[in-house]
Ligand binder design. Structure first.
Ligand SMILES: *[C@@H]1O[C@H](CO)[C@@H](O)[C@H](O)[C@H]1NC(C)=O
Ligand SMILES: *[C@@H]1O[C@H](CO)[C@@H](O)[C@H](O)[C@H]1NC(C)=O
Ligand SMILES: *[C@@H]1O[C@H](CO)[C@@H](O)[C@H](O)[C@H]1NC(C)=O
Ligand SMILES: *[C@@H]1O[C@H](CO)[C@@H](O)[C@H](O)[C@H]1NC(C)=O
Ligand SMILES: *[C@@H]1O[C@H](CO)[C@@H](O)[C@H](O)[C@H]1NC(C)=O
Ligand SMILES: CC(=O)N[C@H]1CO[C@H](CO)[C@@H](O)[C@@H]1O
Ligand SMILES: CC(=O)N[C@H]1CO[C@H](CO)[C@@H](O)[C@@H]1O
Length: 394
């Protein structure tokens, strides 16, 4: 009798522990919708937005600003960061748009801030649907679901739409030096976990040999090169490029990437053999790995990952990169939308897992808190009931 009782009790405890475990942590898979991403690409990031077409740029700016303003609340702040861009005779005011979701630790040294950034400007002659409308679409969708969830984050999340990436990474440099460091990290003594930089993230191509690579790539990233060889050089993966310091974070994103039923794509890490601040020599040697806003973080020894579909090294973008055909007709198709959807979900789930206390807010959203509690209560009652029947029988 003793033996059976103990075994039953153990089974019960394991069962409850298991249930608690699987329902821990929120996934935003249901809230992140393909149609929203599609909408942003078709209606917002569908035309040239560089300084030579300033009126278009203003349309996109006011769209982002309004979107962020709509999400504002007691715990969600918005900022517009203005900076001066000069180059030859061009003098323009650049604008970064920031949405800050305060964590419980906001303003304290224990805050481990997480940044997600994408640039909203485009090159001069391109509608820039993939470059980098896709990153912006993901950012806006992420902003919406993270702002609307009733789950309170412990650590602060900062989402930023950068200006002037296309002309020297000026927007992100200003963001880090004039805002992130003085106004947040140094002021509060808080730390940065990582900045995720969403570049071109929607071009999917599962045709053999659609993936190309920069010169000497097989020496620079032998693991990735071996994977490409095995995979027939298909352009069917998302790439996370980081330094040695960023690698463990990349591996955590790869864990989140395991979402079935959307599209058969992979997520690969490329680790550049650099630790700390990259030297000028490193920047020349690995030039292709320094082509976006993450560079502004690495140069200040802050963790960042460059997240990309590899842009001009894949399929149709070999032709369309920074060109007129990076447009709605070429870039928006079912596979690309599904790829963007999967990428957005995996990255949002990662952001959540790094900033939320999963135990406090679980289930699908805040409202299912009580449902979850009811479920647990029911399971505990059922267990006791079974236990007593078992004991009674002995
Ligand atoms: C972009 O979308 C807007 C809003 O739907 C539309 O008015 C405009 O014609 C589109 N522009 C291009 C170049 O397709
Ligand atoms: C940036 O400029 C806008 C006007 O374009 C202004 O409303 C805003 O207050 C400025 N932001 C800062 C921080 O100065
Ligand atoms: C930040 O840390 C420094 C050095 O440890 C300390 O002198 C300073 O008072 C701290 N500031 C805040 C706001 O906690
Ligand atoms: C895939 O890549 C191939 C080879 O580069 C290209 O010809 C084809 O158009 C691409 N397919 C799509 C759907 O972009
Ligand atoms: C969920 O329940 C916990 C504890 O009962 C509570 O502190 C928390 O605020 C609830 N979350 C939501 C979103 O209602
Ligand atoms: C991934 C990628 O190619 N991003 C591009 C965004 O735009 C800048 C400026 O033109 C390019 O240098 C980046 O390569
Ligand atoms: C493609 C690639 O480089 N993958 C590497 C990612 O990191 C893991 C863990 O260190 C390596 O085992 C992979 O080879």
């Amino acid at each position: 009798m003793r033996g059976t009782t103990v075994i039953l009790l153990l089974i019960e405890i394991t069962f409850i522990a298991f249930l608690t475990q699987i329902s821990e942590g929120k996934k935003f898979d249901a809230e992140i919708k393909e149609e929203n991403l599609d909408y942003y690409l078709r209606n917002v990031f569908n035309f040239t937005r560089s300084y030579v077409s300033i009126s278009n740029k203003e349309i996109v700016r006011s769209y982002i600003q309004n979107k962020f303003e709509d999400l504002k609340s007691e715990r969600i702040l918005t900022f517009t960061q203005n900076f001066t861009y000069t180059s030859g005779e061009i003098k323009d005011t650049g604008k970064n748009y920031v949405l800050l979701i305060k964590g419980e630790n906001y303003g304290k040294a224990s805050d481990e801030v997480l940044v997600v950034g994408a640039h909203y400007d485009s090159q001069k002659n391109t509608p820039g649907v993939d470059d980098n409308g896709s990153g912006m679409a993901a950012l806006l969708e992420m902003a919406t679901v993270l702002s609307k969830t009733a789950c309170k984050n412990i650590h602060t999340i900062i989402l930023v739409a950068f200006d002037y990436e296309e002309f020297g990474l000026v927007g992100s440099e200003n963001f880090v030096d004039q805002w992130l460091l003085p106004e947040i990290l140094n002021k509060h003594n808080s730390t940065l976990q990582v900045a995720l930089i969403l570049e071109t993230i929607m071009n999917y191509n599962d045709t053999s040999n659609s993936q190309s690579f920069p010169p000497n790539f097989n020496q620079m990233a032998p693991d990735t090169y071996a994977h490409l060889t095995r995979n027939d050089f298909k352009g069917d993966f998302l790439t996370l490029i980081g330094r040695i310091d960023d690698k463990s974070l990349a591996m955590e994103i790869i864990d989140e990437y395991d979402i079935d039923g959307i599209i058969n794509s992979n997520c690969l890490n490329i680790t550049i053999p650099i630790s700390g601040k990259p030297s000028l020599g490193h920047q020349n040697l690995f030039a292709d790995f320094f082509r976006s806003d993450h560079t502004s973080f690495w140069l200040r020894n802050l963790n960042a990952l460059f997240i990309t579909d590899t842009a001009n090294f894949r399929g149709i973008m070999e032709l369309c990169y920074h060109n007129t055909c990076d447009n709605v007709n070429t870039m928006i198709n079912s596979n690309n939308l599904k790829f963007l959807l999967k990428n957005t979900r995996a990255l949002t789930n990662f952001v959540y897992s790094k900033t939320y206390a999963n135990k406090e807010c679980d289930g699908k959203d805040g409202s299912s808190n009580s449902t979850r509690n009811l479920q647990s209560t029911f399971i505990i009652l059922l267990s006791y009931f079974l236990y007593h029947i078992a004991v009674g029988k002995q």
